[in-house]
Design a protein around this ligand. Structure first.
Ligand SMILES: [Zn+2]
Length: 133
């Protein structure tokens, strides 16, 4: 006996006990909801991590934030700033500038006992505050 299409309560026609069309829509909805929630959670997790940073990194691009955190962690472990290409400023030997990326520098203050991160600034901002040679 040939299988016959039937009309489900939803109005779709098909074979089987329940509407495959609606089942597909439901699972697609569930999947997109799952992805959305995951993304929201990642976003929240990403935001909350800024509270743990010793300096404010909120305004920076993501790849700069990640690189800056690597340096912050290394400094916290008392790794030498020179390992990252950091240099003392010529006009102020207490200030250390560490390249984060091509366009960003981490400015640190040498207190004599520790290298304390102050801020991450873009190359342009950094050049503005640097007096002319
Ligand atoms: Zn249906």
């Amino acid at each position: 006996m040939p299988r016959r299409k039937k009309t489900f309560a939803c109005g779709h026609r098909g074979y089987g006990q329940s509407c495959q069309h609606c089942a597909q829509i439901e699972s697609a909805k569930a999947e997109s909801l799952r992805i959305l929630t995951e993304k929201q959670q990642q976003k929240l997790a990403w935001k909350s991590r800024f509270d743990d940073d010793p300096i404010d990194l909120r305004e920076l691009p993501e790849y700069v934030v990640l690189k800056a955190r690597e340096i912050l962690a290394a400094l916290r472990d008392r790794q030498d700033y020179r390992d990252f290409g950091g240099k003392r400023l010529r006009h102020d030997r207490q200030i250390i500038s560490i390249p984060v990326t091509r366009n960003y520098r981490m400015i640190c203050q040498d207190t004599g006992t520790a290298v304390v991160p102050q801020a991450v600034v873009s190359h342009e901002d950094y050049n503005v505050c640097k007096p002319r040679a």
